[in-house]
Structures are given as C-alpha cells and as structure tokens.
Design a protein around this ligand. Structure first.
Ligand SMILES: [Zn+2]
Length: 148
C-alpha cells in the first residue's frame, strides 16, 4: 500500500470518545465515521476558535496548526460538517477512526524568565542549564509543551 498524504499535528481524541479499533459492519450501518483529521479540524475551528484565514498577532491558523494548506483544511472541515449533519439528521452514532496521522512531536526546549523567549533544544533537560540566546540571561527554565 502506498503512503498517502501525512498530516503533522493532532492530539489523540479524548479517551471518553468512542474510538474503536475495528468497526464491524453492523456498527458501520448505524454510524457516521469521522476521521481523526475531520475531528481535529472541527476542534481547532469551533472549539479552540483558531482563525481559519489570516491569524492576527501571529496567532496560528487552523491550517498551519494541522500542517495542511488552507484549501485542504476547508475541504476537511466541510467533510466533517457534512458527516456530523448527517448523523444529526439520520440519528446515527458518530465514531472517530483511522486516518493517516503523525502525532506532532512534543516541544522540548527552554524558556527565558527575563525576556520571555522560547526555543527548541532536543537535548534540553532540567539538569542542563543554558543561558538565553536572546538576552544572555541565566534565568532560563526547561520547557516542555504537549502538542497543541
Ligand atoms: Zn532571554
């Protein structure tokens, strides 16, 4: 099987979601199946309220956060809306499944208490102190951020 487009992003759906590994046919008939990308598109746009077009003040847009182009993001979001609408109208379950996903790496690096700079450093750890490349301050801290 060939590799399809990979999307960089995504935190896994919340664990209380119905997220079956295998969806058998009887369940399929009663359900609408959202891909993780479609779920993520709705979450970014309607739950986190990220801008879809230009981000203000350097705020990341939905498409940037997902690592896809704007037209692609719109297409994914449209598809998600269609499926959720169908589920509401036809009284079906909503399942989330599959998709070709790569979970975005955790941000590992440092932050500076003096100037607020944040930078990545793959070797960063609590025990490895480093001075700020921006302001040369020694008041830096180990910074880890979860995806999104
Ligand atoms: Zn600094």
């Amino acid at each position: 099987m060939g590799r399809r487009t990979r999307m960089r992003f995504v935190r896994p759906p919340p664990s209380n979601f119905y997220f079956p590994r295998d969806i058998d046919n009887s369940l399929k008939d009663k359900s609408v199946i959202l891909t993780i990308a479609e779920f993520e598109a709705m979450r970014l746009k309607h739950y986190r309220n990220l801008p879809q077009g230009e981000g203000e003040h350097g705020q990341k847009t939905c498409s940037e956060t997902m690592g896809v182009s704007q037209p692609t993001f719109s297409r994914i979001l449209d598809k998600a809306h269609q499926k959720v609408t169908q589920a509401l109208v036809e009284g079906k379950n909503i399942l989330i499944s599959g998709g070709n996903i790569e979970v975005k790496e955790i941000f590992n690096g440092y932050g500076c208490l003096n100037c607020g700079a944040e930078w990545k450093d793959e070797l960063a750890s609590k025990n490895r102190k480093i001075s700020c490349p921006n302001c040369k301050s020694e008041k830096t801290y180990h910074l880890i951020k979860e995806p999104l």
